[in-house]
Ligand binder design. Structure first.
Ligand SMILES: [Zn+2]
Length: 544
C-alpha cells in the first residue's frame, strides 16, 4: 500500500532531488561536449546533437505534466457528461497520475468511482486519493465507504481472527495461481512424520477449496522448507513449568517479494521420545498455518492457531501436544479464506488483480494502518504474557512496537531478542530488524552499522538494501550507487532496485547510465512500465 511503513518495504523513500536537476543534466552533457570538442569526429558531433535534441524533447514530455493532465481531463469530463463511467474512470485515473493537485475534478473523480463496482483498482485509487489529495469531505466519504465495506466483508466471512494475520503490518501470502513447492527434509525423518505433514498441507488446501495447490519436491528450489532439529531456542520456564518450543516458522522476504518460508520442527517430544502421528499432525497444522500467512495466533482454544497448551487442553508450539487429532475449526477456515481474498503486500509472484471482483486491499479489510498497528502491538503483548522471555516473543514484541512507530521500545525488544538468540538466522533477523528500526527512526548511520552486522550472519547479504537506502537518505549517492549496482547484479529482475539505481544515476547526473539501466530492465521485463514504481519511465522507455 502506498503508505505502508514496514520492514523491508522502502518504496516510500524519497530520493530527494531525483527530478529536480533537469537543467543540470543538460549542462553536464554540454560541458562534456565542450571538453571533448577537439578530438571529436563530425559524425559523433552530429550524434550528440541528435541525442541532446531527443533528450530535451523527452524531458519536455516528462516534466510538462500539465499537458498530459489537461489531455486526460478533457477526455474524462466528456465521458463523465455522457455517463460513460468506465471511460471516465480510466481518464481521471491517468489525469490523477500526472497531476494530483487540481482540486476541481477530484470530487467528480470520486463520484465516478462510487458508481463503479468495488474492484481492487477502485479501492487502490481511493486509497491514493486519500493519501495524496487531502480533502476532508472526500476523505470522509472514502473512510465511511471503507468502513461499511469492512463490516460487510467481515460479516460475510463469518467468525475469524484475521486481525492477527499481518506480519509487521504487511499481508503476506502465497500467490494462489502457482503451486507452492514444499520440501520436507527426508534424512532420518520417520516416514509417518512426512505422511502426517503432507496430510496437514492437504487439509489446509481443502479449507481453501483447493485454490491453493501444494507440490512436494526434493529440489533445491522450494517455497516452504521443512527441517527437523534437536532443539529450537526459546525453551523457558513459566509458572514453574518447563516450556519448550516445538515448532517455528520464519518467512524470508525482501521488498515485496516473498522468497521462502522455513519451518523447523523439534525432532522429538519434550521427554525425548518420538512424537505420535497425531502430535506431529497437530503441530504441522499449526506451523503450516503460519507458513501460509497467518503470522499471529488465535486466542480461542478450539482453533489450530492457538499458541500453547498451558493447561494441556491443546497443542501448539509449546509443551507436549494433545494426543487426539485436531481439525481446522470454522474460525481457522474463515480466517485463511479471508486472508487469501486480501491482496498481499508481499508475495512470491505478482499478479494483476485490478478487476478481480471480490479481492480487497488490506486497508479495506483491516481499517487504517494505525488501527492495524495497535492490534498488532496488543497481540504481541498477549503472546508475551503467555510465552515470556524467549527469542520469538521479544521479536514479536519488537515488531508490535515497530508497527506503532515506537522505535525506542522496538529497539529495546530486538536487543533483548539478541541476548536470547542462538542460531545465526536468529541473530540475522534481529539485527536486520534493528537496522530497519534505526532507518525508520531516521538514524541512518546506525542503520548501516546494524545492517553490516546482519550481513555477517547472512551469506546472501540481504541487508545490503538497507545500507543502500540509508546512503540515499544521507545523500551519499556515490556509495548508494555502488550498493544498488551490486543489488541489481544479484537481483536483475527486482524492479525496486532497478528503479532506484536509475534514480541514483539521475541524481549523479549519469544520464546515459540511467537510460542504460531503464533499457536493461525493459529488455528483461517488457511489462515493467505497468508497475507503478516504474511508470515514471514509461515515456523514456518507449524510445529505448
Ligand atoms: Zn504459533
Amino acid at each position: 500500500m502506498d503508505n505502508n511503513n514496514s520492514f523491508n518495504n522502502f518504496k516510500n523513500i524519497d530520493l530527494g532531488n531525483d527530478f529536480n536537476s533537469q537543467n543540470t543534466y543538460l549542462k553536464d552533457i554540454e560541458n562534456k561536449n565542450a571538453n571533448k570538442k577537439n578530438n571529436i569526429s563530425n559524425a559523433n558531433k552530429l550524434r550528440i546533437v541528435i541525442y541532446s535534441l531527443i533528450t530535451i524533447f523527452l524531458l519536455f514530455l516528462i516534466f510538462n505534466q500539465n499537458i498530459l493532465n489537461a489531455y486526460f481531463l478533457d477526455k474524462a469530463n466528456k465521458a463523465y457528461s455522457k455517463g460513460n463511467v468506465e471511460e471516465a474512470f480510466k481518464n481521471y485515473k491517468n489525469a490523477f497520475a500526472t497531476k494530483m493537485d487540481n482540486k476541481k475534478y477530484v470530487p467528480r473523480y470520486y463520484s465516478t468511482m462510487e458508481k463503479m463496482k468495488f474492484y481492487p483498482i477502485v479501492q487502490k485509487e481511493m486509497i491514493k486519493l486519500k493519501t495524496n489529495y487531502n480533502n476532508q469531505k472526500v476523505n470522509g466519504r472514502i473512510n465511511s465507504l471503507f468502513e461499511r465495506k469492512r463490516i460487510e466483508i467481515l460479516s460475510e466471512a463469518g467468525a475469524n481472527y484475521i486481525d492477527h494475520t499481518p506480519t509487521n503490518s504487511n499481508i503476506i501470502h502465497w500467490n494462489k495461481e502457482f503451486p507452492i513447492v514444499v520440501k520436507i527434509e527426508q534424512n532420518s525423518t520417520p516416514d509417518f512424520y512426512v505422511a502426517q505433514i503432507k496430510e496437514a498441507f492437504y487439509d489446509w488446501s481443502r479449507a481453501l477449496n483447493g485454490e491453493l495447490v501444494f507440490k512436494f519436491t526434493n529440489d533445491e528450489n522450494s517455497d516452504i522448507d521443512i527441517s527437523f532439529v534437536d532443539s529450537i531456542s526459546g525453551a523457558t520456564e513459566q509458572y514453574g513449568k518447563k516450556i519448550e518450543i516445538l515448532g517455528s516458522t520464519v518467512p524470508v522476504y525482501s521488498g515485496k517479494n516473498l522468497s521462502k518460508t522455513t519451518i523447523k520442527f523439534k525432532k522429538n517430544d519434550i521427554d525425548g521420545t518420538e512424537f505420535t502421528g497425531n502430535q506431529i499432525y497437530n503441530l504441522s497444522l499449526h506451523e503450516i498455518g503460519h507458513a501460509l500467512g497467518i503470522s499471529g495466533h488465535s486466542y480461542n482454544r478450539d482453533d489450530v492457531m492457538y499458541p500453547t497448551n498451558n493447561d494441556a487442553t491443546w497443542a501448539g508450539e509449546i509443551e507436549t501436544l494433545l494426543i487426539s487429532k485436531k481439525t481446522l475449526s470454522d474460525r481457522d477456515i474463515n480466517t485463511i479464506k479471508l486472508l487469501y481474498n486480501t491482496i498481499p503486500d508481499i508475495t512470491n509472484h505478482y499478479y494483476s488483480c485490478d478487476y478481480n471482483y471480490g479481492l480487497y486491499y488490506p486497508e479495506v479489510v483491516f481499517g487504517s494502518q494505525e488501527k492495524m498497528a495497535e492490534k498488532k502491538l496488543k497481540e504481541s503483548q498477549t503472546y508475551m504474557t503467555m510465552i515470556s522471555g524467549n527469542y520469538i516473543s521479544y521479536m514479536d514484541l519488537g515488531e508490535g512496537y515497530f508497527a506503532t512507530k515506537n522505535y525506542t521500545e522496538a529497539k529495546n525488544a530486538f536487543l533483548s531478542a539478541i541476548k536470547l538468540a542462538k542460531e545465526s538466522t536468529e541473530f540475522y533477523n534481529a539485527y536486520y530488524n534493528l537496522a530497519v528500526t534505526s532507518f525508520e527512526a531516521g538514524n541512518y548511520e546506525e542503520a548501516i552499522d546494524f545492517a553490516g552486522i546482519a550481513n555477517s550472519y547472512n551469506d546472501e547479504k540481504r541487508a545490503n538494501e538497507i545500507i543502500g537506502f540509508s546512503y540515499i537518505k544521507l545523500k551519499d549517492y556515490k556509495k548508494a550507487q555502488k550498493q544498488f549496482e551490486e543489488l541489481v547484479k544479484e537481483n536483475p529482475d527486482n524492479i525496486l532496485f532497478s528503479y532506484t539505481l536509475a534514480d541514483v544515476y539521475f541524481s549523479r547526473y549519469k544520464f546515459f547510465k540511467a537510460f542504460g539501466e531503464i533499457k536493461r530492465m525493459k529488455s528483461r521485463n517488457p511489462g515493467v512500465f505497468s508497475d507503478e514504481l516504474y511508470s515514471h519511465y514509461k515515456i523514456i522507455g518507449m524510445f529505448l
